[in-house]
Design a protein around this ligand. Structure first.
Ligand SMILES: C[S@@+](CC[C@H](N)C(=O)[O-])C[C@H]1O[C@@H](n2cnc3c(N)ncnc32)[C@H](O)[C@@H]1O
Length: 211
């Protein structure tokens, strides 16, 4: 059963998400301390050479990534999130972009190969109640490039805790490095960068091995 008590399902928290996307109480995406890491990974994708067109942003929140210059200039952006988050947050903050209403926990993920030349997960896997299996399910359906941005990967055991978020709570996960390496085994790590958001917090650009 899906746990709908987290902030992502709570309309009051959606108002907080709008405030967050507008620069309160932390900087907007392109002015954030972790943006250089994400931008660097996006710059490393050979858009012209590899027939890369679509970028799917799983757990897009306000869709701020779609408004970034590097994304607008290089990709057709599609944000993916819970229906209420699309309606109450993304469409209000960034109305001109394209969105897919999708609860990733109970959806068929076969749409990913069609639109996911690049699949970005920015602080998405880490809010999942079962992050390793979510990561495996997503990667099973990714055929080209994947960016995992802002994920804790640790030497100790995988753990999922609750933490305050947007006036409610969310899950926050730390994934064991061996489990992480196993989940991404069909992909080459093109680049791994520390985000600066604390010890063990990383961003990855992955490219699927040719079969
Ligand atoms: C920490 S926020 C990150 C938002 C955005 N990527 C960003 O960095 O600003 C996590 C996002 O995952 C979304 N999310 C949580 N559970 C989800 C689910 N089951 N299916 C789709 N999206 C989900 C939330 O609604 C939220 O927008």
């Amino acid at each position: 059963m899906i746990d709908e008590s987290t902030c992502w399902y709570n309309p009051k928290c959606h108002e907080e998400m709008i405030r967050g996307a507008n620069g309160e109480p932390w900087p907007v995406l392109e002015k954030s301390s972790h943006w250089p890491a994400l931008k660097e990974l996006l710059e490393d994708i050979p858009v012209d050479k590899a027939n890369i067109k679509f970028l799917l942003d799983l757990g897009c929140g306000a869709g701020s990534l779609g408004a970034a210059e590097i994304v607008k200039n290089n990709f057709y952006y599609i944000g993916v999130d819970l229906s209420d988050v699309i309606v109450n947050v993304a469409r209000k903050v960034n109305p001109v972009q394209s969105y897919l209403h999708c609860n990733m926990l109970n959806s068929n993920l076969k749409f990913l190969p069609t639109f996911g030349d690049v699949v970005v997960m920015n602080a998405f896997i880490d809010v999942m109640p079962d992050p390793v299996n979510m990561l495996i399910d997503v990667l099973d359906n990714c055929t080209k490039y994947v960016i995992i941005h802002r994920q804790f990967v640790i030497d100790g055991p995988t753990n999922v805790k609750k933490t305050s978020s947007y006036g409610g709570f969310t899950y926050i996960s730390h994934i064991n490095r061996l489990e992480f390496d196993n989940a991404i085994r069909h992909f080459k790590i093109v680049k791994e960068i520390g985000t600066g958001l604390g010890k063990d917090n990383y961003s990855y650009l992955l490219e699927r091995f040719k079969s």
